[in-house]
Design a protein around this ligand. Sequence first.
Ligand code: BG6
Length: 529
Amino acid sequence: MGTSGNEQYSAQRSTAADQQTASAWSNPLRDPRDLRMPRVAGPCSLVIFGVTGDLAKKKLLPAVYDLANRGLLPAGFGLIGFGRRQWDNEEFANFAKENMKAHCRTPFNEKTWEHLHDGMRFVTGTFDDSEAFTRLSDTVSELDRDRGTRGNHAFYMSVPPRDFPLVSKQLADSGLSHSTEGAWRRVIIEKPFGHDLASAKELDRVVSEVFEPDSVFRIDHYLGKETVQNLLALRFANTMFEPVWNANYVSHVQITMAEDIGIGGRAGYYDGIGAARDVIQNHLIQLMALTAMEEPVSFSAGDLTAEKRKVLSAVRLPKNLAEHTARGQYSAGWQGSDKVLGYLDEKGISRDSTTETYAAIRLDVDTRRWAGVPFYLRTGKRLGKRVTEIAVAFKPAPHLPFETTATRELGANAVVIRVQPDEGVTIRFGAKVPGTAMEVRDVSMDFSYGRSFTEASPEAYERLILDVLLGDPPLFPTTEEVNLSWNILDPIEDYWSTLGQPQPYRAGTWGPAQADEMLARDGNHWRMP
Ligand code: BG6
């Protein structure tokens, strides 16, 4: 069966949009009205390995649905699940529907569902079964024939890194990994990208033996968050921030990713990995790079990564890791009105686990712009609340022409980029208290996405999956960035591995005392988000 007239029309239109989008990133002079045109993927399919896992259920499948519902997928889009279950296509479709319905962001619409449903296939098999990959290859060809996917296929490895080599090899052996003239093959890799620098390099070697470098998309889902991209808008679309965004005015930067949840059912993944490898090596170091980097020549992938790489190469670790890093492990406590277990009592965790669930580190960036400005990165599970923010704290005014008592309640000026929840930006400064002679106190000015725009922000995975299907790479960390990040973290992990048990902190609090002491040594304190 060939493609219908409609499908062909949609495919041609989307190819044009595809090209427009790619150039939108690289050409700052293009007509700005083009930016409002929807970016629609051309003919293609997405193959998900690990489709029954948590990530696929809660994020990937719902993101595919939301993209379809927003009209951003091609008419003949194919979705292939690969897994051990003995499912036929219909059973897979039922599973996908249930999870899409449960976690989609946009309203569930039967028409959208029917379109997606027609392109769904399931291939039963294990990663070591080459016949299963032959069946996958047949399924992909069937989609090309029946749905007009034209040989364009993306493979999402939502599987543990230990399986990457085998899956990559099987894709290569079954002829699925190579792009040809006019037909692309892409692979999407989920973090963790290795366990340290050596394993990251090995992983990269294995994947790049099979896929061309520009066909590999490493997902750091924080880069797909709207507010993270807004950081670039805030810094580079305005005149008022950049002049003060440097060591002359900034006293320090605090990047916080706090979660109120524990490790849930992820003991197998988390234990032995810990908070720093789980999110500092990727999300927080990326946020730091975007906060600290110079203005890129354009927002093309090459120009962006060039600036991020410079920052990551200029990072200096503290000489005394004992004084400038902190690690903790949650003990039993209360999360709101719920009594929660300590980490060591969680299912699947051994009683003597030394894995940290809280990590804080100080990094310095040895450049003229940031000389002497500490960047504090902290993250933890079971903290007071879920919040991610970047707080740029400014130095005090060089002179205060007031009575000292008048400025007792004046803190440091700050720009706080709230990544989530309640996405937006807060600026904190001093204002006169009404009615007093001259008393100055901290006040906040607030921009909130929810109040300023009617459009709701897409989920990070929607943006990133669409970018893969469009072949648009700026929001994906390069292998150099990944390696530089491990270079920063490895000495800290090596040091921590000599220490034994992390300091306990009660669930629902803001982390171990060590972390407060770490900042107090520099004369600073953590913000209470
Ligand atoms: C993941 C980590 O990368 O990010 C998880 O592996 C963490 O441990 C999650 O819970 C948080 O993502 P978000 O988007 O909810 O902040």
